[in-house]
Structure formats: structure tokens, C-alpha cells
Design a protein around this ligand. Structure first.
Ligand code: GDP
Ligand code: IMO
Ligand code: MG
Length: 424
């Protein structure tokens, strides 16, 4: 059984928690795109883990974890994670596989990412500064350095030297920033090659075999569907395919082998970074959700922009992903509110908009059409059965299902593994 679990908003939907819960019955969990821009939080036995590159199945001792070739891998960030997990008692030997085809994030990618943002002024994207855009740019330009190059010292030296020489041109002449010395980077990456060698594998053939053996496989998305480079809110997106298609191209598991797509969505909406956000709440109201939901970035610590649930966004995401099921997270965050709104669709220049717009000038002008719901004003965080949810909460969730057109499979009511309701 191959299941894709991905975010259907702008990221931070709670994918990490849901992957961890479902990984209790999985043989393999695979990250298929993105890089250390992701921050996936898992709370297991009272300990909180924030994972950036390692799949969120890692806390289940029997689950193997694969970093697929669609990921851009920052070795420094990965080693920090490996060391932290080891310190907390999680052994990765023989359980973590890194695709030898994955591209590397180099220090100059981070330098370029940050320099571009700094120079961007009001045109900046609000990236995480983790070098994601420049790393995927090198991949698409066919000058990227891959994980397998780490094991070939001469080739690695040659590639780093060539790339740094062109990066220095850009740094010097476009950003008027200091040059980078190749020697230090070469030494650093040669050392990564030695340390990471035991994890580097032909992950694609491992996964093909796992599919053949009918293993239970989870493909874990990072970011969210609206941050997809192709169908997201371009240019305010990340540089990879975060939607279901990316799970196949980024793992090497053929599309026809995928059995199920689960879309994870928050019971409201958040976004980090720039770009239009139709249901964004004004400062004071947004603050209430931000405080209650602890909406601060898991990677950058930035306050997340908060707003009401946007059914236009999730409906669009569910369609392009072919979502079979939704998981609603953070329902408990709405517990105290007297009134809750849902955006059912948009009006543009006085007329209803039939489709989610491709043009960000249109999206920044749309008027959300709201329905208002009475809040339940009761604690849901210890509820474990659907029938024990307050009636007003059930009504709210039923309306989300109806508006998105996809059934809800699970509802999360707190960060812990145990705080999950399965809807029959
Ligand atoms: P991801 O990037 O999609 O994995 O999500 P993040 O980890 O960045 O953000 C989700 C945050 O919400 C984390 O701090 C989680 O521990 C927390 N969380 C997940 N599910 C729930 C829930 O149902 N209720 C509450 N209150 N917090 C949750
Ligand atoms: P997870 O996996 C939320 C956003 C950044 C920025 C845009 C581009 O934890 O859900 P990038 O660094 O990727 O070039 O930034 O994408 N972004 C995320 N927002 N959650 C994430 O990951 C994100 N990863 C990137 O804030 O707006
Ligand atoms: Mg996150």
C-alpha cells in the first residue's frame, strides 16, 4: 500500500504529526521534495522533535526512512538532525537511506538565497533562507552536485571549484557581496562524504523492491500545495512540486503504484512569507489564533500569518492532488471562539469566481465569501471519539467536507500522537 500524505494549504498543516501517527503501521516513510526549509514537528512520549530533512516516521523504531532524490539535501542540517536524534536515543543506522541521486544544498546556495531576498525589497518572497531556490536552479541548469558526488573526491573538488567560480561572479558583480573560497567548502563536503557514506544508497531500487514486496509505504510531502512551483501562488511559492505528482517524480515510485492520497489541512489557515492570502485576519484577531495555535515557524521562528479556513484553497488543492481523504488538524485551537468563519469561495469585481485564480493580482483583489458558524466553546483536546465532539464542532467539520468535496478521515485535537480522532 502506497499512501501520499501532503499539505493542502500553505504548509505547516501538521503533516509531521500525521505522518508519525500513520507511520506506526508503515514499513517505509519517504521524503520526496523540498529540503531543510521544512519543519515537521512530532511530539512522541512528551518529547518534541522538529524534523527538517529526516522523514517523520523516524520515531517509530521499525520504520525505515528514505530521503528521496527529489529532495535537496543540506548535509550540515542533516548531520545536526542525526546527532540530535542520536542524543535523544533514536538509532538511525540501517534505518536511514539517502538517495545517491538527490542534489546537495551548498553553502553558496544559502548565500545566494539570502542575497537575493535582501536585494528583493518589496519583491522578496520571504524564503526560509535555506538555499532551496538556488539549489533547484542548479539542478535544472544541470550543474548541480549530487549526493553520489560526495563519494568521488576528485569529481567533487572539480565541480565545487567550477560552481564557486561562477557564483563569485554573481556575488561580486550583482550583489556586491564578498567572494567565497572554494578550499573550505571542498574540505567541508569531503568530510560529509565520509560521515554520510553509510546512509547513501540506491534508494530508487530499494523502493521499487519495497513496492514489489507490498510494503506499507508513506510518501511524506513538505510545504503545501499552494507553495507548489507549478500550481501554487507563483511566484510566492517554493521551488519544488509539493503536490501528488511530485511524490512520484521525487521518489521513483510510479504514479500507478500509489493507492491513496491524504490531504492534511488545518481547521483554519496560516501562511509564512509573502504573497496574497485572502482570508488573512487583521492583526488583533489573527493574534488570538496565533497565540492559541502557537503559530510561529518551526524552521525560522517567524510569526505565521493567520486567517479563517479557505475552502477555495483546499478545494483546489484537493482536486489537483486527487485527494481521497482529508485530515483536519488543530481543531482544538478554535475551542474558545464564540464565532468561526469559513470562506466558501471568492468574488472578483462583484462576480463569483468559478476557479482558483492563476494570477496573483487577481488573488490579491478577491473578496472572500464567508459563512459564519457558532463556536462550540468547549475543550476538544481530550476527545478521542467522533461522537464525543461537540455538535457545533461536528457541524463545522461536516461543512468543511461538503465544501471541499472530500471526506474527512481523521481529526487532530492536539500535538501529541494520542490526540487523534478517527472518523468512521
Ligand atoms: P508541518 O510542517 O505540516 O509538519 O507542521 P508544523 O510542525 O510546522 O506545524 C504544526 C504545529 O502544530 C506543530 O507545532 C505541531 O506540534 C502542532 N500540532 C499538530 N497537530 C496539532 C493539533 O491538532 N492541535 C494543536 N494544538 N497543535 C497541533
Ligand atoms: P513545512 O514542510 C510553510 C515558504 C517560505 C516562503 C516560500 C519559499 O514545514 O510545511 P523557500 O525557502 O522554500 O524558498 O521559501 O515557501 N515555506 C514554507 N512555509 N511551511 C514550510 O514547510 C515551508 N517551506 C517553505 O516561507 O514563503
Ligand atoms: Mg512546518
Amino acid at each position: 500500500m502506497v499512501t501520499v500524505i501532503l499539505g493542502c494549504q500553505w504548509g505547516d498543516e501538521g503533516k509531521g504529526k500525521i505522518v508519525d501517527v500513520l507511520a506506526q503501521h508503515a514499513d517505509v516513510v519517504v521524503r520526496f521534495q523540498g529540503g531543510a526549509n521544512a519543519g515537521h514537528t512530532v511530539v512522541a512520549d512528551g518529547t518534541q522533535y522538529v524534523l527538517h530533512l529526516i522523514p517523520s516516521g523516524i520515531l517509530n523504531p521499525k520504520t525505515a526512512c528514505v530521503i528521496g532524490h527529489g529532495v535537496v539535501l543540506d548535509p550540515a542540517s542533516l548531520l545536526e538532525e542525526i546527532q540530535l536524534l542520536a542524543k535523544l536515543g533514536t538509532d538511525l543506522k540501517g534505518r536511514l537511506l539517502i538517495s545517491n541521486r538527490a542534489h546537495l544544498v551548498m553553502p553558496y546556495h544559502k548565500t545566494l538565497d539570502q542575497a537575493k531576498e535582501l536585494a528583493g525589497g518589496d519583491k522578496k518572497i520571504g524564503t526560509t533562507g535555506r538555499g532551496i531556490g538556488p539549489a533547484y536552479t542548479d539542478k535544472a541548469s544541470r550543474v548541480g552536485i549530487r549526493v553520489l558526488d560526495l563519494l568521488e573526491p576528485e569529481r567533487l573538488k572539480d565541480k565545487i571549484t567550477k560552481n564557486i567560480s561562477s557564483v563569485n561572479q554573481i556575488l561580486e558583480h550583482i550583489y556586491h557581496a564578498p567572494r567565497i573560497e572554494a578550499q573550505g567548502v571542498i574540505a567541508e563536503y569531503l568530510a560529509y562524504g565520509k560521515t554520510l557514506a553509510p546512509y547513501i544508497a540506491d534508494a530508487e531500487s530499494y523502493l521499487v523492491q519495497a513496492v514489489r514486496d507490498k510494503k506499507n509505504i508513506i510518501l511524506e510531502g513538505a510545504q503545501g500545495s499552494l507553495l507548489d512551483i507549478d500550481i501554487g501562488t507563483y511566484p510566492y511559492v517554493t521551488s519544488s512540486n509539493t503536490t501528488a505528482g511530485g511524490s512520484s517524480t521525487g521518489s521513483g515510485i510510479a504514479p500507478r503504484k500509489i493507492d491513496k492520497v491524504i490531504g492534511v489541512v488545518k481547521a483554519y489557515t496560516t501562511r509564512v512569507g509573502e504573497g496574497p492570502f485572502p482570508t488573512e485576519l487583521p492583526e488583533a484577531e489573527g493574534n488570538a489564533l496565533r497565540e492559541q495555535g502557537k503559530e510561529f515557524g518551526a524552521t525560522t521562528g517567524r510569526p505565521r500569518r493567520c486567517g479563517w479556513f479557505d475552502a477555495a484553497v483546499v478545494r483546489f488543492a484537493a482536486e489537483v492532488n486527487g485527494a481521497d481523504e482529508l485530515v483536519i488538524t488543530k481543531l482544538d485551537v478554535l475551542d474558545n471562539l464564540p464565532k468561526i468563519k469559513i470562506c466558501t469561495g471568492y468574488a472578483y469585481r462583484g462576480k463569483p469566481l468559478p476557479h482558483f485564480p492563476a494570477d496573483m493580482e487577481v488573488l490579491s483583489e478577491v473578496q472572500p465569501i464567508y459563512e459564519e458558524f457558532p463556536g462550540w466553546q468547549a475543550k476538544t483536546s481530550s476527545v478521542t471519539e467522533w461522537s464525543n465532539l461537540p455538535q457545533a464542532a461536528q457541524n463545522y467539520l461536516h461543512r468543511l467536507e461538503e465544501l471541499v468535496g472530500v471526506r474527512i478521515g481523521m481529526v487532530s485535537v492536539g500535538p501529541d500522537r494520542a490526540q487523534i480522532i478517527t472518523k468512521k
